[in-house]
Design a protein around this ligand. Sequence first.
Ligand code: BG6
Length: 457
Amino acid sequence: MDKFLWGGATASYQCEGAWDEDGKVESMWDRYLHDENLENGDVASDHYHRFEEDIRMMKEGGQNSYRFSLSWPRIIRNREGDVNEKGIAFYKKLLATCHEYGIEPFVTLYHWDLPQYWEDTGGWLDHGVCDAFAHFAKVCFDNFGDQVTYWTTFNEPKWFVVNGYFIGNYPPCLHDVQKTMIAAYNVMYASALGVKVFREGGYKGEIGVVHSYTPIDGVDDTIETQIAMRNADNYSNNWVLDTAVLGEFPIDLITRLSKDYDISFIKAEELRIIKKFTVDYIGLNYYARALVKPYTTGETQLIFNHTGKKGESKILIKNWFEQVKDPNSEFTQWDTEIYPKGLQDGLLKAYKKYNVPIYVTENGVGVREDVSVDQVNDDYRISFMNDHINALMNARDMGADIRGYYAWSSFDLYSWKNGHEKRYGLVAVDFKNGLVRKPKASYYWFKDVITSKGEII
Ligand code: BG6
């Protein structure tokens, strides 16, 4: 267990705040949330000014790693690719602080905060953004390469592409299958370009992709259900993981889509880059599995719960599959199934299929909590994490090469579209009272788990 990484995760937009400070330019999320007058991350957890305190608390909590992302609009000022030296200086300080406290940084290049100057010309639909991402990646490798061993190209291509271009929940809020395909292709190509720059530059360390992993279960084992499961797996997982690890888009998915949509944006020479520059590891963010049944009737419906009032969500893709709720399962206030066994099954399945090291890069439960008390007694989070870490350890004992576990999130932060009251943190942040930090019971429990290297559970 020597090299096992234990920590928490965050993302730049969700925690840094300082949205227009020290030369940072606007991101697509700044523009969208300001324009729509929605709760935003202008201040968030103010990690930009308080990172030293946050990293010290990680150390005091027994953690040995911190997963976070770099803000592209804080680092690159414009479409020409000019560098903001103050942004570089900020991340150098943050990384130096990690090392000072013995915390291994696990760094994501892109966690959804695209610079608005790229969104202005179509964002992930503008093929030019792929080379711009490669340039941004190179600037990061050049500047931080001596401080970072673990790199991630993208956090959850599936989640931000599907929400942005198909479901319409996230900016640019489209409902367009053709555009979803183009954005998905551009993101996976940009990810391969990031790996190419990394390998050709001879930087040290490992580079991977992080995926929002939804292991698929079926309601029965009929052939119809198996077809629905394959459809759901292609929609949820395979187009990211097959492409990043095996270097190929799933052929049955491409064949099917090509019948109804134009796939001429796929270029042979770019497929060769995707094939050649595959990742060293995968990061899997696990929140829940999907239980599916064959499609029967009705139009596509993809409804996500952003209110915390149970029963609002629904996933049905016409002619593909329908997601159902297991009547025996427990669900969170935001309709997420609590199903630790899905993590064990999913890790075994992913390791068998891809045979690369795996890090569980996010796992946690979002809850409304009263943080005005001295200590939040989040026994539900302890029980959630305990059961999921057990599931991870089982998969590890059964032979899967699992090398880390990150709680989402290190401390309370902004949750996309849900605001600040859907809390995941090990440390409470009192957003209404000076952003005071107070460890929750789960923080101390996690410390005990790490100290005994997972053996007490
Ligand atoms: C993951 C993301 O999808 O889930 C995080 O990587 C996100 O950025 C987390 O915050 C929890 O989702 P939500 O919508 O509850 O904040």
